[in-house]
Design a protein around this ligand. Structure first.
Ligand code: SF4
Length: 213
């Protein structure tokens, strides 16, 4: 990457990290995706109970593989052969995990995290339950403010996720959000994390590389 562009990206990442810290969240700046797994390993103990929300970023950085490595008690809702009831039970058990992992749909430079969920289990666990929450995000998730965040989500993130998951939604076909009333809608719960009462419960890993969407 061009050095000047890299510097601008790094400065934006650091600015955003500082704003997150002011909102009582821990923020760690990493220059590459390869640094994510070693950092996470340093924060977990063997046998810890861990859970995660669905995420391209967690898959791309190797976090999902780490959780499933056998070193931890991974509450894996995607285990083959689960009934919908068993899957739901695992998602509820995630509230008691030692650590919960997710990405952000957007992070604004004013130190806020923006998430949109279909089921609500991911945003619920991020907000309340697990003692430690790790949010991993590439610099491409950084936006200026909440308005830009939700615009980014409806323009790119949600339609792309609907396509990836083969959802029966209009955007999965056309690539454009129409604020649908589909039963398969994946944008039901809009959550913004602002100033946190429990200092450093949420740890945000900001990576100066493009990850996920
Ligand atoms: S509201 Fe409906 S159309 Fe819009 S992005 Fe979400 S699922 Fe797609």
């Amino acid at each position: 990457m061009d050095q000047s562009l890299k510097e601008v990206i790094t400065q934006r990442v650091e600015r955003t990290a500082e704003a997150l810290r002011k909102n009582n969240m821990e923020a760690v700046c990493l220059s590459s995706a390869e640094e994510v797994v070693p950092y996470i390993k340093s924060r977990l103990k063997a046998g810890d109970t861990v859970a995660a929300g669905g995420s391209m970023t967690l898959a791309a950085t190797g976090v999902m593989s780490l959780l499933a490595s056998g070193e931890y008690n991974y509450l894996n809702r995607d285990t083959e052969g689960l009934t919908p009831e068993q899957r739901g039970e695992i998602m509820r058990k995630a509230f008691f995990a030692d650590a919960y992992f997710a990405s952000a749909n957007a992070i604004s430079e004013d130190g806020e995290i923006h998430e949109v969920d279909g089921n609500g289990n991911r945003v619920a666990a991020i907000i309340y339950g697990p003692q430690n929450v790790f949010i991993v995000a590439g610099y491409n998730k950084i936006v200026e403010n909440a308005e830009e965040a939700f615009k980014r989500i409806s323009t790119y993130a949600s339609p792309a996720n609907a396509k990836r998951l083969s959802c029966k939604t209009p955007c999965a076909v056309t690539g454009k959000c129409i604020d649908c009333q589909s039963d398969a809608r994946i944008c039901c719960d809009y959550v913004t994390l602002k100033h946190q009462r429990t200092k450093n419960r949420i740890c945000v890993l900001l990576v100066a590389e493009e990850l996920g969407y």
